[in-house]
Write a protein that binds this ligand. Structure first.
Ligand code: IPE
Ligand code: IPE
Ligand code: MG
Length: 280
């Protein structure tokens, strides 16, 4: 089903209700949307068709995040290294980006979504920058989900940029080297106003971060799905969230020190059953 308004079955609504109630959902989900090209090639289609189909996965994941009250979602849409791709693919991707930034804006507004972007945005074509600026400004006062697009993004680049800004402040006498704590350092990153990601999802089975949120992901839970991004729809997202809920996050401590509440076994049975119903 295409579009934003996929009908939600009773089972899905109940699943959402239970997930909301469990009180342990991630605050920030960051997604490496990978496998668009392979999805298309396996169907004898041009790679760009995979990118286009991937938009529906974005709509579904964002819709679920809004329904569940997850406050932050970050999508890795174009890496700095992706500029090395063939010009024709880059152009097609930029055209899609520009078109959808324009086309989806009313839906973002309707859902009270605040759009943001991180990355070397000045490297984007001017028309994409304009479309982005317009969407970011138009949604700036929205109070629901903060949806961040990582565009022309590189984790190392952002860290280096922070180091340069810090060096400038030290030279100007605004900051002394002893004051460079983790918190202070993070305040110079483009992600300074986002919480660290709790869950990083990567699709298409690749087990790497590809330069995504390197500093911020220190204690993120990583979930790899074998599905290509265009096939990663609501059901797959719920599955990733259930997997996350099963994890024990220790942050360097022992299991005994953990105060994290386990979900009751009866709740798991219900969640799994409802997920199964959403699938069928
Ligand atoms: C992810 O899909 C989208 C971008 C990186 C822009 P890919 O285009 O990387 O698809 P694969 O990994 O080649 O299949
Ligand atoms: C990572 O995917 C970047 C995005 C999803 C935007 P790539 O397809 O570019 O990553 P590699 O090259 O397989 O590591
Ligand atoms: Mg890829």
């Amino acid at each position: 089903m295409e579009g934003w308004d996929a009908v939600q079955s009773e089972a899905e609504q109940r699943l959402q209700e239970l997930l909301r109630q469990c009180g342990r959902l991630p605050r920030h989900v960051a997604i490496i949307m990978d496998g668009n090209g392979r999805w298309a090639l396996e169907r004898g289609l041009p790679r760009v068709e995979g990118h286009r189909q991937g938009i529906q996965s974005v709509r579904e994941v964002v819709t679920v995040a809004v329904c569940l009250g997850i406050p932050y979602v970050t999508l890795y849409a174009f890496s700095m290294e992706n500029w090395r791709r063939p010009q024709a693919e880059i152009q097609a991707l930029m055209r899609l980006l520009q078109y959808y930034l324009w086309r989806e804006l009313p839906e973002l507004q309707r859902r009270n979504i605040r759009l943001r972007a991180i990355g070397k945005l000045t490297a984007l074509p001017r028309r994409v920058q304009q479309a982005l600026r317009r969407a970011v400004e138009a949604t700036a006062a929205n109070t629901g989900l903060t949806l961040t697009l990582a565009l022309s993004y590189s984790g190392r680049w952002d860290i280096l940029r922070a180091v340069q800004l810090i060096a400038i402040d030290v030279r100007r006498g605004k900051l002394s080297p002893e004051d460079i704590t983790e918190e202070r350092f993070a305040s110079y990153l483009l992600t300074h106003d986002l919480p660290e990601p709790d869950l990083i999802i990567r699709t298409s089975g690749e087990m790497r971060l590809s330069n995504f949120l390197l500093w911020e992901s220190a204690y993120a839970e990583i979930y790899v799905s074998n599905l290509y991004w265009p096939d990663f729809r609501r059901h797959a997202f719920y599955q990733a969230l259930l997997d996350y809920l099963r994890r024990e996050r220790r942050f360097g401590m022992t299991a005994e020190q953990q105060v994290q509440r386990c979900l009751a076994e009866s709740l798991w049975v219900q969640l799994e059953e409802l997920l199964h119903e959403v699938e069928s």
